[in-house]
Design a protein around this ligand. Structure first.
Ligand code: PEP
Ligand code: MG
Length: 561
């Protein structure tokens, strides 16, 4: 039995075989071959498999992402069968007696250079497609598994770390739990794991060894422990714990349908944060009052090309219809920092968290933003929509975004397309600048939602994804809490709603503080709704408000370290 300790970031107990996430890093080994016919057949078999795989991907994309992404895979299918490309591979094998991997790699180099030198920007962009197709064929030839899970049974997925784009593309039905060497509790991968309700242990470092692959593993995502080949006592202990957790969940379930109201009558909205339209089921199962944050960038990260207006419209419309009149706040694209995907071609930056990110990217690429806004306003006819802008620092950014919203509405009107005229526009307060300027920003928008994950990062100058910073990333820090109070006060002076959608919203040790500050809304993962409701219902804010507010102002005993 081996015990691995890390940090639990998504509670629950899961049991299954340990499986290592594999990325496609097919290294091309060059060899001279003697049987050219056999090598040519190897290539043809790999080419046929690539074409089949691309066909399946096109079908999946058509069902789940949209026509544009499906067409991309179909273009790759055509390239994989292209006769000039095939001839180039053939000459490598037959004339230069190269192994198939090297012949494909050389053909790829030749075609990539040819496309890259073209005048036409569309043709230039095809260079990346040839590379993609060639990598797929090389990976098949060399037996490298493409990124993902190649297992018949569900597994405990182990990885060094996972990028958000990798996480969203995983087949969720195959994942029982996550263990990662690196990562931090507020990394987007940890957030996604919590949203999906998948037990997760992160930051285990070099305790995770490749030779453990396939071993029976139990993870406890609450305590941050993974046990490999558990002995009978350990297994029994964890199985007991799991049944206790299930019982506790049943008790919490009795709170469904009850109000989020304190003992002294203060009420608060408890909404949910999600990133996948399928998560609506969990929102409704857990009696979330609405969606306080739909991370729309997950739609982009789960796709191999920009999701078009039609695709986005369908997703947002379904989200609003499924929520059946409950409020849905969709955050506009928050790409950048750790949330990246190749086709965006975001610049390489020294400091991506402080670079092209969120609203900045949308304002730099108005066409991209317009597509999303059109889809959002069109969908607004099907429910109660709020649109929320991420990564705001200045009033001018909000004004520019509002101008684009107005343009989109005029366009839809001119086209005779229906939209709701009661869409509320809000912003995330997740930079110190936005918090400090919240008095002025409050005059521009209908609501504020505090993103404490980033607000903590930027206020404390502390990378939220860097697990090595330990105690320095402290969302309880008085600086962060004072900013939250300032935002609530400034919002309320202007009569707008203020909430929190960062992970701190579910920190039950701060529920009293948030209520004392007067937060109107707390938005948490669906699995956290009922425990937060219980905490709210047990609280008498009137009794503790004075002490909490004094504590925040006090210069002697800072709340957070
Ligand atoms: C936040 O920063 O707190 C937030 C909710 O946004 P994200 O975690 O997606 O950056
Ligand atoms: Mg954020």
């Amino acid at each position: 039995m081996i015990t691995i300790r890390g940090k639990g970031v998504s509670s629950g107990i899961a049991e299954g075989p340990l499986y290592f996430y594999r990325r496609a890093v097919a290294k091309v080994v060059r060899t001279r071959i003697t049987d050219v016919d056999a090598e040519w057949r190897r290539f043809k078999t790999a080419q046929a498999q690539a074409v089949d795989e691309l066909g399946e991907l096109a079908e999946r994309a058509r069902r789940y992402v949209g026509e544009e992404a499906a067409l991309l895979f179909e273009t790759h299918q055509i390239m994989a069968r292209d006769l000039d490309y095939e001839d180039a591979v053939k000459s490598g094998i037959r004339e230069r007696e190269l192994n198939a991997e090297a012949a494909v790699s050389d053909a790829c180099g030749r075609f990539t250079r040819m496309f890259a030198a073209m005048e036409d920007s569309y043709m230039r962009a095809r260079a990346a497609d040839v590379k993609d197709v060639s990598n797929r064929i090389i990976a098949i030839l060399s037996g490298t598994v493409q990124g993902g899970i190649d297992s018949e049974v569900p597994v405990i997925l182990a990885a060094d770390d996972l990028a958000p784009s990798e996480t969203v593309q995983l087949d969720k039905s195959k994942i029982l739990g996550f263990i990662t060497e690196g990562g931090s509790g507020t990394s987007h991968t940890a957030i996604l794991a919590r949203t999906m309700g998948i037990p997760s242990v992160i930051g285990v470092g070099d305790q995770l060894k490749p030779e453990y692959a396939g071993r029976e593993t139990i993870i406890d995502g609450g305590d941050g422990v993974a046990v490999l080949d558990p002995d009978e006592d350990t297994r029994a202990g964890l199985v007991d714990k799991r049944s206790e957790q299930r019982k506790a969940k049943d008790v919490l379930a009795q709170l469904k349908g009850r109000e989020n109201v304190t003992l002294d009558g203060q009420s608060v909205r408890i909404y949910c944060n999600i990133g996948d339209p399928d998560d609506v089921r969990a929102v409704l199962d857990n009696d979330g009052g609405g969606i306080g944050l739909f991370r729309s960038e997950m739609l982009y990260l789960g796709s191999d090309d920009y999701p078009g207006e039609e695709k986005q419209f369908e997703v947002y419309k379904k989200l609003l219809s499924d929520m059946d009149g409950r409020e849905v706040v969709i955050r506009t694209l928050d790409i950048g920092a750790d949330k990246k995907t190749g086709y965006f071609r975001l610049p390489e930056e020294e400091n991506p968290a402080m670079g092209s990110r969120g609203l900045r990217v949308c304002l730099e690429r108005p066409e991209l933003f317009r597509t999303q806004l059109r889809a959002l306003y069109r969908a607004s006819a099907y429910g109660k929509l709020g649109i929320m802008l991420p990564m705001v620092t200045s009033v001018w950014e909000v004004r520019e975004a509002k101008k684009l919203c107005e343009q989109v509405k005029r366009e839809l009107e001119a086209e005779g397309v229906a939209y709701s005229d009661s869409v509320r526009l809000g912003i995330m307060i997740e930079t110190p600048a936005a918090a400090i300027m919240s008095d002025r920003l409050a005059a521009e928008v209908d609501f504020f939602s505090c993103g404490t994950n980033d607000l903590t990062q930027y206020t404390l100058a502390c990378d939220r994804g860097n697990s090595g910073l330990g105690r320095v990333y402290d969302p309880h820090h008085t600086a962060v809490l004072r900013l939250l109070k300032l935002v609530a006060d400034n919002g309320h002076k202007r009569g707008i709603r203020v909430g929190i959608c960062g992970d701190l919203a579910s920190d039950l040790s701060l529920t009293e503080t948030f209520l004392a500050i007067g937060m109107d809304e707390l938005s948490v993962t669906p699995q956290e709704v009922l425990s937060l409701r219980r905490r709210v219902r047990e609280t008498d804010v009137g009794k503790c408000r004075g002490d909490i507010l004094d504590g925040l102002e006090s210069d002697s005993e800072p709340i957070g370290g």
